[in-house]
Design a binder for this molecule. Structure first.
Ligand SMILES: [Zn+2]
Length: 169
């Protein structure tokens, strides 16, 4: 059970393992010497340490509630938009935007998972982006091929009619 207490100098909320009770440590917030109470609140008002020198040990501040990465949300939204229709009008640009934003958001969250969440959304963002990019490439290939074969067919018709000398009927 961690002991919860407040720094007697700056009132920062702190937590320490109960095997550190009674020790004197520098406050991680204001760096002044504080005694760790034997139990959680109320904080013990102890006399400043005259005895043991402070042992540098880990005292952590309770983590703040992590926030969802805005970039991860944006990546997922843009990814979905690109999948729904972005590839029809703007080709590969929108999927690439979703992929880039997703990867940036993902690495930011990896680096500081205690302050940011949304890894799932970032992964969804770049995954959907890749799918949309693939779709965009396939669509442009299919359209390009179709256009090319249409031209070839028309050319053949024109040539054939030209040779027969019967332009139309
Ligand atoms: Zn303090």
């Amino acid at each position: 059970m961690p002991i919860k207490f407040e720094c007697e100098h700056c009132s920062q909320s702190l937590e320490a393992d109960d095997d550190m009770a009674g020790e004197y440590i520098p406050c991680p917030h204001c760096e002044r010497l504080i005694g760790i109470p034997k139990m959680s609140l109320p904080p013990a008002v102890t006399a400043p340490a005259v005895s043991a020198p402070p042992v540098p040990r880990a005292v952590t501040m309770p983590p703040k509630a992590p926030q969802t990465s805005g970039l991860a949300i944006a990546s997922m939204v843009v990814g979905i938009l690109s999948l729904v229709g972005g590839w029809m009008c703007c080709g590969v640009i929108i999927p690439i935007v979703a992929i880039v934003m997703g990867h940036i958001a993902f690495s930011q969250i990896q680096r500081s998972p205690e302050t940011m969440t949304g890894k799932g959304m970032a992964i969804a963002g770049f995954t959907i982006g890749y799918v949309a990019l693939l779709l965009a490439i396939i669509v442009s290939l299919v359209l390009g091929t179709a256009a090319a074969s249409m031209t070839a067919i028309l050319n053949e018709f024109t040539k054939a009619f030209g040779q027969i000398g019967v332009p139309q009927r």
